[in-house]
Design a protein around this ligand. Structure first.
Ligand SMILES: [Zn+2]
Length: 510
């Protein structure tokens, strides 16, 4: 085998790794050299020549699996500090603990620390891109600046959207308004500054969409959920999305209560939020609907026909007692499926290995009939589909010439990989993150030998420790408040389960 000449401008070579190339056999990928020029993959060959005397970095990737970096297609950096705070909680009650409007305003130091900590966890588990759907409450430019500076410093790629809504949570949850005494209603609102949202979008357009480009930042839009966003707010969202060709991320039917609310309150749309979105012209390949657990059959067909994608978050869905998305039905219909790890307070871990494994295994529950191989589908969801959903399909998500050099190298000198019978199956079903050794974003090694290279990790942990007393104090106050609400929460939930069972038989075939 004659080594090939290096592509012009090569700055780094990854030598001899077993690479998950698009056309490779993902069970038994062969070894290749990958040449990187600046931030881009410049060549892939069986072997590139060694060139002496040039400043080209060489990474020895023998006995390593080389993957496109994972894309965490649903994540919220606002509650990174809340990981491990809660046991399993029904979603409607969880929202009272987790959402920024429940808390007093946060300090810039806390915003910076949590953004860096979340970025660190994502990078160390092999993610090179995250979709941060961030609620800043109250919105302040200095908080947004702190977030942007943190991402720039740590070196991860971010598809960034503010999360917004102009309808209060109380209006969007079945029975709450009737069951909770009026004097408690103010405690149940979960929308941040509803009257400011259109102005906020205008501000976002002026300062971000029309502002100077930031390295590795890709803008997106984040209407929180259709039931929490008025038709004018959704229309403004889609106008911006089409004008700037931006991806849009929203939540739909995470809990059965959310589906129930649609069935009860949208008779003009057949009880369907998806049909409401279709009528408003919102279904679009730019749109990604997180969760999509309680979709009905005809709603899945509408998503497929319109090219609308979903982002599944199996960890959070299980912990919040929401259920399991109709994985097989979505796959059979050809709906684009990305994977995410959602809030730290409900998923706890930003770990794509867990998400892929649950995705692959839960298909057995959502549809007991054996279907297509799920390991490759899980990896596709965690990489390429996330890229397509972010409107970055040609740029990231694959190891291919011309794409950004966003790569994760897994050390196969580990019991998880001995023997290696199938790379893709062992990646999904055996590896849990221990093997992530090097991570590159934009051609730069941001994790080397399991350590962040861009910032001293201790600095991040110290910054987190410094803000935790304040966070813990506020979280404790919120927990006390939710405890006071518990009798009515239980009452509402009981009524809600009884009614939703009735509706299941009629509307929800899964
Ligand atoms: Zn979410």
């Amino acid at each position: 085998m004659t080594p090939q000449p290096l592509p012009a401008g090569t700055t780094l070579i990854i030598r001899g790794g077993r690479a998950i190339l698009p056309a490779a056999d993902w069970h038994a990928p062969g070894t290749v050299d990958i040449a990187i020029a600046g931030d881009t993959i410049a060549g892939v060959a069986a072997a590139f020549a060694v060139v002496a005397g040039q400043p080209i970095e060489d990474i020895d990737a023998r006995r390593h699996l080389v993957l496109p970096g994972f894309i965490n297609a649903h994540y919220h950096s606002h509650d990174v500090l809340a990981k491990g705070t809660l046991e399993e909680v029904p979603l409607e009650a969880w929202r009272l603990y987790a959402l920024p409007p429940q808390y007093p305003p946060r300090s810039v130091e806390e915003v910076r620390a949590r953004t860096l900590l979340g970025g660190l966890e994502c990078l160390r588990s092999g993610m090179t891109t995250i979709q941060d759907m961030l609620t800043l409450y109250p919105f302040e430019d200095r908080h947004l600046d702190a977030v942007m500076q943190a991402y720039e410093r740590i070196g991860i790629r971010v598809v960034f959207s503010l999360q917004y809504a102009d309808r209060k949570g109380l209006e969007t949850i079945p029975f709450w308004k009737d069951i909770f005494p009026k004097e408690l209603h103010a405690l149940l609102s979960t929308a941040a500054e509803p009257e400011r949202q259109l102005d906020l979008l205008g501000h976002f357009e002026a300062t971000c969409l029309k502002g100077s480009p930031r390295p590795r930042v890709h803008w997106a839009l984040g209407p929180s959920a259709p039931e929490r966003c008025s038709p004018p707010l959704m229309a403004r969202t889609m106008e911006l999305a089409r004008r700037y060709d931006l991806p849009v991320y929203s939540h739909i039917y995470e809990s059965r209560g959310m589906a129930l609310q649609a069935r009860l309150t949208l008779p003009e749309h057949g009880g369907s939020l998806v049909k409401r979105l279709a009528a408003e012209g919102v279904l679009d390949p730019r749109l990604n609907l997180a969760h999509s657990v309680w979709l009905a059959r005809d709603e899945i067909d509408l998503l497929a026909q319109s090219g609308t994608g979903v982002v599944l978050n199996p960890q959070g869905n299980l912990k919040m007692k929401c259920g399991i998305a109709p994985i097989r039905a979505l796959q059979d219909a050809g709906v684009r499926i990305g994977l995410g790890c959602d809030n730290c307070s409900c998923s706890d871990a930003q770990n794509m290995f867990m998400a892929m494994k649950l995705f692959a295994l839960l298909a057995a529950v959502s549809d007991a009939i054996p279907g297509p191989p799920q390991a490759a589908a899980a990896l596709h969801a965690a990489t390429e589909a996330g890229a397509e959903g972010a409107r970055l399909g040609g740029a990231i998500g694959q190891i291919a010439v011309g794409r950004k050099a966003d790569l994760t190298l897994i050390d196969m000198n580990d019991p998880s990989w001995s023997p290696c019978n199938s790379a893709v199956r062992q990646l999904v079903h055996v590896e849990a993150g221990r093997g992530v050794r090097h991570v590159l974003v934009d051609g730069k090694v941001v994790v080397r030998d399991r350590r962040l290279t861009t910032i001293d990790e201790e600095e991040i942990y110290d910054a987190v420790e410094a803000v935790m007393p304040g966070f813990r104090k506020d979280f404790a106050a919120i927990s006390e408040r939710v405890k006071r609400l518990q009798p009515w929460l239980d009452q509402a939930h009981a009524k809600f389960v009884a009614t939703e069972m009735e509706f299941d038989r009629v509307y929800i075939p899964f």
